[in-house]
Design a protein around this ligand. Structure first.
Ligand SMILES: N[C@@H](CCC(=O)N[C@@H](CS)C(=O)NCC(=O)O)C(=O)O
Length: 213
């Protein structure tokens, strides 16, 4: 199976974490962000992650990919279904400041080259404004994020989110938060850091796995 992904993309990280937990092997293909042809040829959409199971058999939604392989319900999908409204809202509240803060830094990691960096920046600045202004206003995004983490995540951690066992919900939360490890002036609280590191350990996640190839 070929797994097409972007290293920084939280939805792609979701699948990497899920596959790690489920013990699913795949060929990792990191696409340059400016490669429009490969995803369009595979699915008709410029959106990753994409899993190509066999020729013509492709899946292109992170949760659909994982559901397809979680035959023993190790990720506890019913738990997510029960909490989906609050979890989706939490993810959207987390993802907004995280994306704003991390995008200007993601582009300097080895995943990007001159062309893909410029493509990414131009595309994202349409929605969010110039990256340099985002960083100038970083305190707004940092306090929004800290607020959510303290008031809506930390107090709901019972080892994992509202549970003593890891579920797909934790993979969704951790994959969205992971980007903040790249942000120079930010530190997770010890409790949230410990939580993220437990998710990492259980899912055998290695953010940098494709950088050293
Ligand atoms: N609902 C999708 C969302 C995937 C998604 O938003 N992917 C982004 C990267 S984080 C993407 O491919 N964007 C392409 C672009 O903006 O050019 C999923 O869960 O897989």
């Amino acid at each position: 199976m070929k797994f097409y992904h972007y290293v920084h993309c939280p939805f792609c990280i979701r699948v990497r974490m899920g596959f790690g937990l489920l013990g699913i092997d795949y060929d990792s293909v990191v696409l340059p962000y400016n490669d429009e042809k490969t995803p369009l040829d595979l699915t008709g959409k410029k959106m990753l992650p994409i899993l190509e199971i066999s020729n013509g058999n492709v899946v292109n939604e992170s949760l659909d990919i994982l559901k397809k392989f979680d035959h023993n319900n190790l990720l506890n999908w019913t738990f997510y279904e029960r909490l989906s409204v609050e979890v989706d809202l939490l993810i959207s509240k987390i993802s907004d400041p995280v994306h704003s803060l991390c995008m200007p830094y993601w582009i300097w990691t080895p995943e990007f080259n001159v062309e893909s960096r410029s493509y990414f920046q131009t595309k994202k600045e349409v929605k969010r404004g110039p990256f340099k202004n985002i960083i100038r206003n970083k305190s707004v995004h940092l306090s929004a994020l800290n607020n959510i983490l303290t008031s809506e995540l930390e107090n709901n951690l019972n080892s994992f989110y509202k549970s003593s066992q890891l579920s797909i919900v934790d993979i969704m939360i951790a994959s969205h938060l992971w980007g903040m490890y790249i942000f120079p002036e930010f530190q997770f609280t010890p409790k949230v850091h410990k939580y993220l590191q437990s998710v990492k350990a259980q899912t055998h996640f290695d953010y940098h796995q494709d950088f050293w190839k």
